[in-house]
Design a protein around this ligand. Structure first.
Ligand SMILES: O=C(O)CCC(=O)C(=O)O
Length: 344
């Protein structure tokens, strides 16, 4: 007998007009997920003390379909030096992608993080040019069944098995468990890629004016050769990649196109897995768009990553949640609006 995904019925949002029940084996796949879950499924919401508000779970039909992904086999792209991509075009088929986009935009808490940096001795105030949010905790800890963060016991024989580093800083941010609506996608992605993920970062680019500049996700806390799964939903945006620098002058001369960035026009439902030597050798960006392309209806990017140490948790919450106010999608005005809890 299949387990019911949710024991309490709630109002299905209007945009869930599809109903696809053609995956007969799905119930068997969902069962282990249900047993592992750390959030309250009965209410139809994921709840946690760190969330500004409860986060709605997938309606049953969508949850079932998410667990049956990917829709296509990944295609390897490795025809450039140090590049190793697996491109699912799409991972989430178009009949689902719009619903998934609208659901996540409507249900997740978002932030517009600001921070100060020192670039070559010059102090700068950065306003992140997109909405962001993050969930997860690094590999040193886990959420127990009550949702409390618990340190894992140190590995037997590890140098830190008897002592805690004296310089361990107290955590600045309370980690948030990955809500059901993103965790089902994480589980699917792990099965499709053979990789393990403990973090989920979400970007919302409200229009072509929002962007992310060239960078690589090569922080030490990800370990060597990190694998990052990156989903696109909503408006098509160009994903540019460029090699950091050719290893030698000869290599540079050989490749006339070395300076020309690779352009992947990522569509709704696409997923690109970046792995191997990619992060240590390539930069990537989503440039701004202007003119007739500016009002594109918005795009969501979801990345799944694996942070190995506590510094990763601190970094991700600092740059994707921070200390500023919460924004939520306002269906009436069709834009992100500053949000305050009704109890405040
Ligand atoms: O939106 C994207 O596709 C890229 C996101 C990204 O590069 C990041 O979050 O590090």
């Amino acid at each position: 007998m299949p387990l019911p995904l949710e024991t309490c019925v709630f109002q299905t949002p209007r945009y869930f007009h599809h109903h696809h029940c053609h995956h007969h084996l799905i119930h068997q796949c969902l069962q282990p997920l249900l047993l592992r879950r750390h959030y309250h499924v009965q209410t139809g919401f994921s709840k946690h003390a760190t969330y500004p508000h409860p986060i709605r779970n997938w309606p049953e039909a969508i949850a079932r379909d998410v667990s049956s992904l990917p829709a296509t086999l990944g295609r390897q792209i490795n025809d450039q030096p140090d590049l190793d991509l697996l491109y699912f075009e799409p991972y989430i088929p178009s009949y689902m992608a719009k619903d998934v986009f609208e659901f996540l935009r409507a249900e997740l808490p978002f932030y517009r993080v600001e921070y100060d940096i020192n670039r070559g001795g010059i102090q700068a105030h950065i306003k992140t040019p997109r909405y962001t949010t993050v969930f997860g905790v690094d590999d040193t800890s886990y959420f127990d069944t009550d949702g409390a963060v618990v340190d894992k016991p140190p590995a037997a024989g590890s140098s830190s098995s008897t002592t805690k580093p004296a310089n361990a800083k107290p955590p600045r941010y309370a980690p948030r468990p990955i809500p059901q609506c993103l965790d089902l996608l994480r589980t699917s992605t792990e099965a499709a890629t053979g990789c393990t993920f403990n973090f989920c970062l979400v970007n919302y680019y409200a229009s072509g004016a929002d962007s992310i500049s060239f960078h690589s996700d090569d922080e030490r806390f990800l370990g060597p050769e990190p694998a990052i799964a990156s989903f696109s939903l909503g408006a098509r945006r160009d994903f540019l990649m460029k090699h950091k620098k050719p290893a030698t002058a000869a290599a540079a001369a050989e490749r006339v196109d070395a300076k020309k960035p690779l352009k992947l026009p990522l569509g709704s439902g696409d997923m690109i897995l970046m792995r191997g030597r990619t992060q240590s050798n390539w930069l990537h960006s989503i440039p701004k768009r202007t003119g007739k392309n500016q009002d594109d209806g918005g795009r969501i990017n979801i990345t799944f990553r694996r942070a190995m140490v506590k510094a990763g948790t601190d970094n991700y919450y600092n740059y994707n949640v921070g200390t500023g106010p919460v924004y939520r999608w306002d269906a009436q005005s069709r834009q992100m609006m500053l949000w305050t809890s009704k109890e405040d």
